[in-house]
Write a protein of this length. Structure first.
Length: 369
């Protein structure tokens, strides 16, 4: 006898699970706790199987019967509804792990091991704010070039063209990672080349004239502010390092006898250790500074806490007071050759097998000329 809605509503749970049978293998399993589950018994490949059809009353009698007929039609066509459901679940799970956001986070976790903490945080924040809301939930294989362009132009329209270009670069790296790991077969990002507005670069004046550079060094030598601030500017000017490397410098990184400054990988932007040869002038600056801060960990501690470095604005403000406001963003830009000089120095150190042994001035014979 076919099951009715009235019979279901009037049924009461008992001490053991009870079946309320309908027709053609469908029944409602009434559990002692009062829950009701639709089930379908069927045979496939000579074996008896059971398929869940939903929970009553979320799935009413009429819908349960429709699902039964769909399942029986699949069986008649030679398919196994249980196996098909399992396959669909697996495909859904894979699709969830292959969304743009899932792969982007996996990419950041993998590549982020070589990034500085600051760069990793900025990359994560940029993607979370600008990319994930638009395409984060999409399967990476389904994202098209027009869809990418729409997202990037939306960022552009907010007046942050440089961020649109940055997100485009990040997305390209994420797609390449997905292809390399077998989760995608195409990268739509190269198709967008030239589609975005050009970033207007703000050029800051670098001191390229030796006479101007000498004038700056004299101005620093005559600086009448804090001694540590003066020393920081001198070290920046004499080593061509970025402000961050100088601010976070620790005494343990310096070997004044060998005239070397070894900057650890975690401090550098590209997470590679950096070796900086020190001139005699730089060594003299550091020796004078030892009397002030040599008893602590940091070479340039904050005036409010010995465990925190000086503010990133300390040198900028000092330059402004000396009349160099607007001339440069920091002392690391005083020479346009700073980057190339640093690269050449570090390449020299890497090529010298004795460098790892800390053999000192012999490793840098050019300093003796």
């Amino acid at each position: 006898m076919a099951l009715t809605d009235t019979a279901i509503k009037n049924s009461k749970p008992k001490d053991k699970p009870m079946r309320l049978s309908d027709e053609r293998g469908l029944y409602l399993l009434l559990n002692p706790d009062g829950s009701r589950w639709w089930r379908l018994d069927y045979r496939f490949d000579g074996k008896r199987k059971t398929l869940s059809m939903g929970i009553y009353p979320d799935v009413p009698l009429k819908l349960a019967r429709e699902r039964r007929e769909d399942a029986r039609a699949l069986i008649a066509a030679g398919g196994d509804p249980g196996a098909q459901r399992k396959s669909e679940k697996q495909a859904k799970a894979e699709a969830g792990s292959n969304t743009f956001e899932a792969l982007a986070r996996e990419w950041m976790a993998t590549r982020g091991k070589t990034w500085t903490e600051s760069y990793a945080s900025k990359t994560k924040s940029a993607l979370e704010r600008n990319a994930f809301p638009a395409i984060g939930g999409r399967a990476i294989t389904e994202i098209t070039a027009p869809e990418m362009l729409a997202m990037l132009r939306a960022i552009e329209s907010r007046g942050i063209v440089d961020m649109a270009h940055r997100i485009q670069q990040h997305c390209g790296a994420i797609f390449r990672y997905a292809i390399a790991t077998g989760r995608a077969i195409a990268d739509p990002v190269p198709s967008l080349r030239g589609a975005l507005s050009t970033v207007k670069q703000e050029h800051y004046a670098a001191l390229t004239d030796p006479a101007e550079y000498a004038e700056l060094l004299r101005a620093i030598d005559n600086y009448r502010g804090e001694a540590a601030t003066k020393a920081a500017m001198q070290l920046l000017a004499l080593t061509f390092q970025r402000t961050k490397e100088v601010r976070f410098a620790e005494w343990s990184q310096f070997d004044l006898d060998a005239a070397l400054w070894r900057i650890p990988a975690e401090t550098m932007k590209m997470r590679e250790a950096h070796i900086v040869p020190l001139s005699q002038q730089a060594i003299e600056v550091l020796k004078r500074l030892q009397a002030l801060t040599g008893g602590g960990r940091l070479v340039f501690p904050s005036s409010t806490s010995r465990e925190r470095p000086i503010s990133e604005n300390t040198v900028t403000y000092a330059l402004a007071r000396m009349g160099y406001k607007g001339r440069m963003t920091s002392l690391s830009e005083i020479l346009c050759v700073r980057h190339n000089m640093s690269k050449e120095r570090n390449m020299y150190a890497k090529q010298d097998p004795q460098e790892e042994t800390g053999s000192g001035a012999a490793d840098y014979p050019e300093r003796n000329h």
